[in-house]
Design a protein around this ligand. Structure first.
Ligand code: ADP
Ligand code: MG
Length: 463
């Protein structure tokens, strides 16, 4: 890394934000870093000035997290629901079909472990208030918990001589603890196998989690790619073995995108996990419950109340924006009904076109949405949904990218991490809590906002 900050003065008093040098050195000292494309190491982008939000928004976003986890746990156990709702999507989308095939290998009921993140935006409602609208629940590979904690600690440390107070954020510690507690509740004795994508640049966050599992919780871990597990894994008397070690938990930090399956061996790894006693975080059925199409179906009170109480269903529904399938009738606020795709073609800035993909960078907005919709046939349409674009107030922030302070007008997205454990499919949750958050602020010019791309950045809630 070539950050010419070594000779920069520590304090930059003329600026009303933390000095880049102080912030940078805190991030480097505590591991909020990533590989660059050329194999060097740099800091993750972060804010130099924390965000002061509407606290009602923050509290509701936090409380929604456990309610969503419980609801998705119930959905993931409902075979009929998953098969019915995803029947057409699996014909149009090979990836969904492969997940169903993995699910069909299930050896029997297993415990469920969740390490989730429920992403919401502070939406402007028509009455002028701010309320959380859900972007998505992440039930797989929820990342940046450790890095978020570092940024919180950086803001707190650099504000030590001020009156500023922050919303505590020990997300990283909480994720490792949730996983370790679940492991102990299962009376497991094997390893926790972290499954990592080949060429991952954001490995450091996972490295801290792994260290916590070993040092703070006394567990044993290993790391592998899906291909390595698929080639070298074997089942003995129902248990999964990798390199001579029994795998008690397979923790996915990969596997949410087709690009993570470089060969058939990767799918073999999925099948081996499902077939064996190893507990998969998440299981294939949980991943299917987490598809965008299921999110669409679960956006009405009527459907939600099949899985949770009427009171919770009403609360969850309040956090949902409008959705439509492309070839289903959609009724706009003016009362006219037309196909979802036609409505979106006339109002491209009100919609986000989403494929059933995770990991960022997959969605279409504005003119791109029009281009995609115009070229899509009926079968391809089943692999996409339309989601109402969330509107939110813009605010000022300063981000630090590659050691440089960059003032910006921003939007943001807040996701509380949730950990949960269920001993059996029908059991009550033994644990279901929210613990810490990822606050991703981004330049208002950005529709998506990948932290690794430098446009969105890690931020902290100021109280
Ligand atoms: P992924 O599974 O790829 O992470 P998301 O649904 O989280 O997909 O969308 C990625 C990003 O796109 C979000 O983090 C957000 O910045 C933007 N986005 C997604 N849905 C909306 C929406 N309804 N309104 C505004 N922005 C959205
Ligand atoms: Mg997302």
């Amino acid at each position: 890394m070539t950050l010419n900050l070594v000779r920069m003065p520590l304090k930059m008093n003329e600026l009303n934000h933390h000095s880049p040098k102080e912030a940078l050195e805190f991030l480097l000292a505590h591991g909020a870093v990533r590989y660059t494309d050329t194999g060097q190491v740099t800091h993750l982008p972060c804010s130099l000035t924390p965000w002061k939000p509407d606290l009602g928004f923050v509290t509701e976003t936090e409380e929604l997290t456990t309610l969503y986890t419980e609801m998705y746990h119930r959905v993931a156990q409902d075979d009929d629901f998953l098969h019915t709702e995803l029947e057409k999507a699996r014909q149009a989308d090979e990836f969904i079909e492969r997940l169903f095939q993995a699910k069909s290998k299930e050896s029997g009921p297993k415990p469920s472990i969740y390490l989730n993140r429920n992403d919401c935006m502070p939406a402007n409602l028509s009455d002028g208030s701010i309320w959380p609208k859900q972007v998505e629940m992440n039930l797989m590979a929820s990342a940046l918990g450790e890095a978020s904690s570092v940024v919180y600690r950086m803001h707190r440390f650099l504000s030590q001589h001020t009156e500023r107070r922050f919303k505590e954020n020990y997300a990283g510690r909480g994720l490792a603890r949730g996983l370790a507690e679940a492991y102990k509740a299962m009376n497991a004795t094997g390893i926790i196998l972290l499954l990592i994508p080949v060429g991952e640049v954001s490995v450091f966050d996972q490295r801290i989690t792994e260290t916590r599992l070993v040092e703070e919780h006394g567990l044993k871990t290993m790391r592998a790619s899906l291909e390595e597990l698929g080639e070298q894994g074997e089942i003995r008397a129902g248990d999964l073995y990798f390199c001579g070690h029994q795998v008690s938990v397979a923790y996915f930090r990969t596997g949410y995108s087709p690009r993570h399956y470089l060969s058939e061996a990767a799918w073999n790894a999925r099948n081996l996990i499902e077939e064996s006693t190893a507990v998969s975080v998440p299981s294939a059925r949980t991943q299917l419950a987490n598809t965008k199409l299921i999110q669409l179906v679960l956006s009405t009170e009527e459907v939600l109340s099949k899985f949770v109480s009427a009171e919770v269903a009403a609360r969850l529904a309040r956090s949902c924006v409008a959705f439509t399938k492309l070839d289903a009738p959609f009724t706009g606020i003016d009362g006219t009904t037309e196909l979802g795709r036609d409505h979106a073609l006339k109002n491209p800035d009100d919609w986000v076109l989403k494929p059933h993909r995770e990991g960022g960078g997959n969605n279409f907005f504005g003119q791109e949405l029009i281009r995609e919709l115009e070229h899509m046939n009926a079968r391809q349409s089943e692999a996409f949904i339309l989601m109402e674009k969330i509107r939110q107030p813009v605010f000022d922030s300063v981000r630090m990218v590659e050691g440089q302070a960059i003032p910006c007008r921003c939007f943001t997205e807040l996701g509380f991490f949730g950990t949960a454990f269920y001993e059996a499919p029908d059991a009550q949750a033994r644990e279901n809590i929210a613990n810490g958050y990822l606050l991703r602020t981004k330049d208002e010019s950005m529709d998506e906002g990948l932290v690794l791309g430098g446009f969105s950045f890690l931020d902290t809630i100021q109280l």
